[in-house]
Structures are given as structure tokens and as C-alpha cells.
Ligand binder design. Sequence first.
Ligand code: ATP
Length: 321
Amino acid sequence: MSQIAILCSGGDVSGMNPALKRFVEYSFEKGLIPYFVQGGYEGLIDNLIVKASYNDVTGIIHRGGTKIYSARSKRFMQKKHRNTAAMNLKAQGIDKLVVLGGDGSFRGMDVFFKEQAISFCGIPATIDNDINGTQYCLGVDTALNVIKVATDNIRDTASSFKRAFVIEVMGNDCGYLALVSALTSGAEMCLIPEIQYDLEKLKIRYLKEVEQGRNYFIAIVAEGLANAKEIAQWFEDEIGFESRVTTLGHIQRGGNPTVKERLMAYQFCTYAIDSLLSGKSNSVICYNNGKFDFKEIYEINSKKYEIDKSLVSLGKSLLSK
Ligand code: ATP
């Protein structure tokens, strides 16, 4: 029987636990012995590699985060520690790894594969949805739903008090979470790093709307702009609305994985194991236009993620484009 391991690296996301469940169940179905690596690449170096059983994955499908812990690892950047990691895997006969993480984690795995000949398959997992080559990363749907609930709640109080609320959402330098959230929660403003905004243009429209009876504003801004306070002040000074800032922060990372998330986790994990069994050695599973496919690391890293133009077009007026 052949051995296979899974680990989580970089920021945790909801959807990792359903992926772990599928990993164990599908490995057994395929006649493989599944292992968990605890704490990402740190766990590889420290030999926290344990056999996984059905019992380990009962009762976890509805939980956010990851049962096997995630981490970032400075040590993994050094060859001597990667040698230790490879030795630990080989000692248990493991030559296949499934890695849930972001593009940084995949870059690390690519180096590891080239040095140590341990095959891997990457599953994109980051709420930022900023990995080039895939339209979907695990964790995104749950994060969007957390933002949706928070924004709906904020709207209730904003409309009762005639206020402007500026909601800062995660996403690093990527505006995907902000834009999709603004579109789906009926926000009046959306500011993202990818699109230059024009406050004067928005001001003309907002003042007209206020004249016609608008009594609250919801603005969603991406964390990459770091301008939530400044925009709140702008609402006070230019639009004449008392304003508040809400930074959603880490609540966006956690929570009960949505149905879509669980299903995506199951599919990503199935494709990952199938790809390793079919002999693919260093690929990442991507999801585009309703289909899964595989990309080599160089394709993922060859350019920066670009936000979907059709979404930008839908959000034109919110973005002041
Ligand atoms: P997130 O988007 O949540 O930050 P990520 O996977 O992009 O996830 P990183 O912190 O960029 O997160 O990378 C995770 C880990 O991958 C690093 O802590 C490091 O151990 C490893 N890594 C990244 N790049 C390399 C590299 N060039 N060589 C070796 N290891 C690397």
C-alpha cells in the first residue's frame, strides 16, 4: 500500500476541515494510507506526521479552521530544514503530499519537489481569492457569507440612525471580497486597490440621492487601501453624514463552511488525490468556468491575479469608474 499525507499552510480558511474528511475517506477508497502533517511545513520539519483514521474526521465537516493546524515556516525556506522534512516523510514511506494553502505555500512545495522528489498537489485555499490561474480558492464562499451577514446587520442600524458605515473587508491587495460583497449586499460604494476611484464623481451622485431621500450609506472598502477612516471622514465632511467604521477582521476567516465550500472541498481533494495517482508530480488544481483543471507552478506564478473584468463592469457605479 502507498502512503499519502496532507497539510495546511499559510492562513487557515473554512473548508479545510471538509477537505481533511474527504482526504481520509477517499484515500482509503483508493487503497492509500492517509497521514496528517500537523502545523504545515513546521510539522514536516518537526516530524509531526501521524497516521489518520476515520475517527479523526468524524464531526469536523461543519467546523471552520483546520483540525491539523496551519502555520507559516521560516525554517522551510532553508535547505537544511527541507532536508529534514524530506527525511521525516521518507522514513514513513510517504512520497505524495496534498497541500492546502496559498501561492507562497505552492512555491515552497515546488522547491521541495525539485530537491527531494516528493510529489505534491496544491489546493488553492485563501479567502483573498488572489491566486492567479483559478477563479475560486477554498474559503472564499464562507468568507463572503460572513461578510454578507455582517453587512446586513450593519444596514439595519445604519438605516435607523441615518449614518454612513464604512466596512473594511479582508483581501490583502486583492479587491475580490470587497467587490463581490458590495455587489451582493447592495452597498452604495466599493473601493478596491485595482481600480482608481473618483470621490468627486461619487459626491455628486450621493448628494443628489440624499436630496431625493437617501438616509444611509454602506461603503465597502478593501483592506489593501487602508483608507477606511479617511473615507468615513469624507462622508462627514462632504456628504454631511455621521459615519462609523467597522473592520470585520478575522471573523471573515472562520465559521461554519457553506454548502458550496464543503462541496468544493470534496471536489478539490478528490482531484488532488487522483492527480497524484495518475503520476502528476507538482501541480495545482484550478477551478475555472465550472471545471477543474491542473496548472504547473510556473503558470500560477507567471503573473499576478487579475480581478474578473465582468465583475468590475457590474460594479461600475459603486467603484466610481
Ligand atoms: P496566505 O495567502 O494565507 O499568506 P501562502 O501560502 O501564500 O498563504 P506564505 O506565507 O506566502 O503563505 O507561504 C507559506 C509558507 O510557504 C512560508 O511560510 C514558507 O514556509 C513556504 N515558502 C514560501 N515560499 C517559499 C520558497 N521560495 N522556498 C521555500 N519555502 C517557501
